[in-house]
Design a protein around this ligand. Structure first.
Ligand code: HEC
Length: 304
């Protein structure tokens, strides 16, 4: 009986394992997606930076095949297999992730993911770049923008979404907006995504519990999540809503790991005492030896 159970466990484990390695299928309608801007030296440089911070830990340096030994293997971005992905496929995979690769949907903005793809494509000699500017791409067919307002008294941040189509300005209702806060690595969602009301407005709570810079300044980005409908639309702002935070150097105060000048007092005292005791012991022993030789001399004199 026990053997049977072990056998069953092993085979189910094996099946799960095999299914995890199956081909990573991207929905048909997502494959053809293009970036909204033209790849450039600037986008590649930014992409390299994002890549090093977010991807290199698993995928290694492109071309060096030094990716992590994971199951399934992450693969080298400069390899033919990897580059076989269409731009839209890469974008989808980075957005969604698949265990053990995390989803980057709430870590990177869509522009940042495209910048990474522009960097990865610099290893692709056969790549022909195509892109679709925002206004042409969105189903909306006009230009959408977000305006951020800080409602200081209420402790809220208001995002208003407006569109301009055929020369007419209108409020956009029912559009999902996310608010992100920039952190050292990537960004953090400030609350749940929310839909605009009849006046094209969503109101977020201030992310007041986050440490900002020394003046409490936080860099915020509001973005529409439905890129197909509205194109890439975002607004950036910096508001002093975070907790003022000044990184203190670890060596400013007296501490174990500090230099002699700023070592903890108790450590200095114990150390000095230990050194003093060691020398005292040595002198005491020398003194006793001297005594022995002196006594020895006296004995010899008495015999004489
Ligand atoms: C925790 C490790 C890890 C991190 C971090 C990571 N990946 Fe991955 N990535 C993987 C693994 C593992 C796979 C293979 C997943 C699979 O096939 O199910 C993969 C697959 C991919 C694929 C598909 C490759 C193919 O041949 O189809 C792309 C594209 C990709 N990663 C891009 C990125 C980018 C861009 C980043 C950074 C924003 C990133 N990855 C960060 C582990 C990681």
């Amino acid at each position: 009986m026990r053997k049977l159970i072990i056998f069953l466990l092993l085979t189910t484990g094996f099946c799960i394992h095999v299914s995890a390695q199956s081909e990573w299928i991207v929905p048909q309608e997502r494959k053809g997606r293009l970036s909204s801007f033209e790849f450039s030296d600037e986008s590649r440089a930014k992409g390299l930076d994002h890549y090093n911070k977010n991807c290199a830990s698993c995928h290694g340096q492109p071309g060096a095949a030094n990716y992590q030994n994971l199951v399934p293997p992450p693969g080298d971005p400069a390899s033919a297999d990897f580059l076989m992905n269409l731009d839209g496929e890469m974008f989808y995979k980075v957005m969604e992730g698949r265990d053990p690769m995390p989803s980057f949907k709430s870590v990177l903005t869509q522009d940042e993911i495209w910048e990474i793809i522009s960097y990865i494509r610099s290893y692709d000699p056969n790549y022909v770049h195509a892109f679709l500017p925002t206004a042409e791409k969105s189903a909306y067919g006009g230009i959408v923008s977000i305006t951020l307002t800080h409602l200081k008294e209420a402790g809220k941040i208001e995002a208003k979404v407006t569109g301009v189509k055929n020369g007419i300005i209108e409020n956009i209702a029912g559009a999902e907006v996310v608010l992100r806060v920039k952190r050292t690595f990537g960004s953090l969602l400030a609350g749940e995504p929310m839909e605009t009301n009849q006046n094209g407005i969503v109101v977020f709570n201030e992310p007041s519990d986050l440490p900002g810079n020394k003046d409490g300044l936080l860099e915020l980005t509001a973005q529409l999540t439905n890129q197909d409908a509205y194109g890439i639309t975002r607004a950036d702002t910096a508001l002093a809503v975070g907790k003022p935070f000044e990184a203190v150097s670890l060596t400013v105060e007296r501490a174990m790991w500090n230099t002699v000048r700023k070592a903890p007092i108790w450590l200095l005292i114990t150390f000095s005492l230990a050194v003093f005791l060691a020398w005292a012991t040595i002198f005491y022993i020398l003194h006793q030896l001297k005594k022995i030789t002196d006594i020895g001399k006296n004995v010899v004199e008495e015999w004489d």
